[in-house]
Design a protein around this ligand. Sequence first.
Ligand code: TYM
Length: 336
Amino acid sequence: MTLFSPRVFSGMQPTGNLHLGNYLGAMLNWVKMQETNECIYCVVDMHAITLWQDPKALRQAIRDVTASYLACGVDPKRSIIFNQSQVPEHAELAWVFNCVARLGWLNRMTQFKDKAGKDKEAASVGLYVYPNLMAADILAYKATHVPVGDDQKQHLELARDIAAKFNNDYEVEFFPQPEPMITGPATRVMSLRDGTKKMSKSDPSDLSRINLTDSADDIAKKIRKAKTDMDALPSETAGLKARPEAENLVGIYAALSSKTAQEVLNEFGGGQFSGLKNALADLAVEKLAPIADETKRLQSEQTYVDSVLAEGAARARAIAGPIVRDVREIVGFIVS
Ligand code: TYM
């Protein structure tokens, strides 16, 4: 078996603000992983246009999300930070993967069903083949590890299937099997208004999520207003089953304090929600307000942010270029 050297790849869509789910589900791991790994972090602007985006707002969102990456501690000296559309190898490899992946595989993707809504005929073709582009993002770098939240699991499985089918169809050991890294106590952060729904940028209620640009007052207000049930908090994690709001708030506290859910319950179990909420509001403000301040500062440094993206794109191309060139050879194109 071929051994692939470890390389981390992940990305986020520039469609609106990043929120606590992005931060706890993925970003905390991104920052940790760059201590010991070669990491490539992408702003996936080509994925964003699978749903129509206002061009001016998209350009702004690419810069804002980059500012949030930097403010959260992604270090452009250590890691590569770039926006997807500046590296054309992603689109090229995605085309090859459109010819490798099977319709049946894409038909099973639950995210397409959610995002396309009732009128599937009106959805863009891009939304349908979105997971093939995601596989290309990862495999254009032969990335071996992909830190993401729980909702990306099915897409990662598809990327593994595509890698395996490509290797099999062309009788090569060319692509690795990328490993999803879905770790930590908050891999699926839920809405603060409804513990059965995922925290998401597209929820019409801003109270449902904590944005990484929220002020200290807003953060505290949203936690105070978070939906709860009427019972006291349980003392054991088993008692969180079927109590989605309690499980969510405990998970968020655990992730922000680097504790386990059980350790949080050792502290707050038996008490009312108000005790946990007060402590969580303080903790969230302590951890997130500095990120919001730094994001705002970087939002006024457009030249710097653009230079980070340009430099990152050049470094990314230096890796993806030769890999995609090899793909052209493998599939039988003439490469001059
Ligand atoms: P996106 O932009 O929806 O989300 C970015 C990251 O945040 C995680 N996440 C969450 N984690 C926990 N709880 C939540 N409520 C929550 N909401 C979002 C996501 O799991 C993700 O890790 N398809 C991807 C972007 C992408 C990508 C890639 C990721 C494109 N190419 C290649 C990894 C590798 C997406 O739409 O993420």
